[in-house]
Design a protein around this ligand. Structure first.
Ligand code: NAD
Ligand code: FES
Length: 273
């Protein structure tokens, strides 16, 4: 069993949870994910690692309550336990010196960019983080992202806080200064970022397809990258944004939408369980 060390609300339906899992924390690196199961009746579902503390032996995640499993996870309190906590899974982000980097986080994709920004800054890169949300109340982790960035720019779709517009509104104004863009968020956002930077700045995205086993067995997380089939769980989750077939991935992610709406239990996608 893995003990919950801390659990709290960040915004409406968006939760933070810290789990005591020394072996996972000891091996974790930026950009990886875990698969967890709350109890013997629950499904397995993946969550991107938000942060980890090797000394404390803890791993934390931030997630949106969208289905039965994430709601159940969101109801846990400090002192409760979960049954399975498997990880770290996926390749770590390739942290090295790139120069000037923009880390772009859209909505609940922002937590997934946190550890990447932190490691990139620690490795000598100049990190500008751009975080976006539909409205001020949904903008999360501003202080935490500030702490791991040289500069932080917030944007809201409705202009209730920061720059009015999408994260791409902000990114578009700084492309000439950048050596790398890293983007995590909804697929339309990552596609828009890829279209904006194509031919101008190298861009990496962290993908979130439907996942079941997380170990390369089921094929549920397949994605076409540079015309070849890749499994996000074992080949990714990071890929060159300019080589990803976003339209196919968006279509695949819609596969279980009707079942999800009916039961809130069928969809097993990264951060969407
Ligand atoms: P959202 O729809 O509220 O969008 C968040 C922000 O993304 C917007 O404020 C805007 O700045 C930007 N954005 C959205 N659509 C855009 C477009 N067409 N062009 C340019 N920018 C756009 O997002 P949400 O409801 O918080 O959902 C977040 C998504 O992130 C979920 O779909 C989830 O699957 C995904 N996610 C991915 C990962 C991962 O890849 N590791 C982790 C967590 C969440
Ligand atoms: Fe099954 Fe990737 S989740 S192959």
């Amino acid at each position: 069993m893995f003990k919950v060390l801390e659990a709290r609300d960040l915004a409406d339906g968006i939760k933070f949870i810290e789990i005591h899992a020394p072996e996972v924390a000891g091996a974790a690196n930026a950009g990886q994910f875990v698969i967890l199961r709350i109890d013997e009746f629950g499904e397995r579902f993946p969550l991107t690692i938000y942060d980890f503390d090797r000394k404390a032996g803890s791993v934390s995640m931030v997630f949106l309550e969208v289905g039965t499993s994430t709601r159940k996870l969101g109801s846990l309190k400090a002192g409760d336990s979960i049954l399975d906590f498997l990880g770290p899974l996926g390749h770590p982000f390739n942290v090295k010196e790139y120069g000037k980097v923009a880390c772009v986080g859209g909505g609940v994709g922002t937590p997934a960019i946190h550890s990447i920004a932190k490691e990139l800054k620690a490795s000598g890169n100049h990190v500008t983080s751009i975080i976006g949300a539909r409205t001020k109340d949904l903008l999360i982790l501003e202080e935490e992202m500030k702490a791991v960035s040289d500069e932080l720019i917030a944007a809201t779709d409705d202009g209730s806080y920061g720059v009015k517009g999408f994260v791409t509104t902000v990114l578009g104004g700084m492309l000439d200064e950048l050596d790398l863009v890293v983007a995590v968020g909804p697929l339309p956002m990552m596609k828009a970022v890829a279209n904006l930077t194509r031919g101008r700045v190298k861009t990496i995205v962290s993908l979130n397809p439907i996942m079941v086993d997380g170990t390369g067995m089921c094929g549920g997380c397949r994605v076409t990258v540079a015309g070849k089939t890749k499994f996000t769980c074992v080949d990714g989750p990071d890929f060159d944004a300019h080589e990803v077939d976003f339209d196919e991935l968006m279509e695949r992610n819609r596969t279980y939408l009707s079942e999800e709406e009916e039961s809130h239990t069928c969809r097993i996608g990264l951060d969407d369980a």
